[in-house]
Design a protein around this ligand. Sequence first.
Ligand code: BJW
Ligand code: ZN
Length: 244
Amino acid sequence: MLDRLIARLRSATRVTVMTGAGVSAASGVPTFRGAGGLWRTFRAEDLATPQAFARDPSLVWEWYEWRRATIASCTPNAAHGVLAQWTRESPHCTVITQNVDDLHLRAGTERLVRLHGSIWELACWQRCGTPRWRDERVPLPSRPMTCPSCGSLARPGVVWFGESLSPADLDAASAACSCDVFIAVGTSAIVYPAAGLLQEARSRGAFTAEINVEPTAASSAVDAAIQGGAETVLPEIAARLQVR
Ligand code: BJW
Ligand code: ZN
């Protein structure tokens, strides 16, 4: 499987990599599903919704504050490093991430599409029109934070279940599905529309691959399902690509 992917990568011009929480697992960022995925007794589906925030903003902010503090002590791992290098070396390599931790950014990734926003950004809950703003302070100075323009409640600048993704990000992600090789790394591939991008790429003729420590919803649909940690498999691929 790995040999097939490497052969395809050797002849590929356009390469798109879509990442999920598993890419940051080796950095110490908890994934959403599977072992360690719960915060207290809550699943992402219980907290990452506008309804949960409307019901109990303090609880949802507590979850985000805990995650911000965790992520603040994490650094990009070898998987982030390889992807950043690929985007720097080729103008035809794009990374689409579902992650909000910004570790791809910190690794220096170019042409990065962040489908679900950033945990380091805040937005006005009342949508008064003020643009999202960045605040990397840990902990945040007040709870709850408020909008600097209208004074109403602030919320994390991320995309929750039931909310639309930014059309510009979706367009960029969709454009990147026109590629020679599309690799999904460290994602359970169950959250849409991100999960649909793999099928989109495949239907446009891309060779599709997955890198994950365990089988996922996408494993049977891809051309090559590679089992292993992103932080070991991606560096191995990068090393073998250097040997022509
Ligand atoms: C390793 C590893 C290592 C571990 N190396 N691997 C079509 C069909 C059905 C439902 C829908 C549909 N279209 C829309 C929906 C509804 C919904 C949805 O998809 N629901 C599903 C759960 C069924 N989608 C939405 O609501 C989206 N909005 C939308 O579509 O708007 C229009 C619309 C609305 C309503 C109805 C219809 C249309 C928005 C989705 C937003 C998701 N937001 C979250 C939270 C972001 C903010 C935050 O972080 O707090 O995004 S939820 C959470 O899941 C987060 C993640 O980005 C996302 C995906 O998770 P990911 O990255 O895959 O992580 P895990 O934990 O699931 O998996 C980790 C993987 O890593 C595992 O496989 C491990 O094995 C692996 N791993 N270590 C490699 N070292
Ligand atoms: Zn406001």
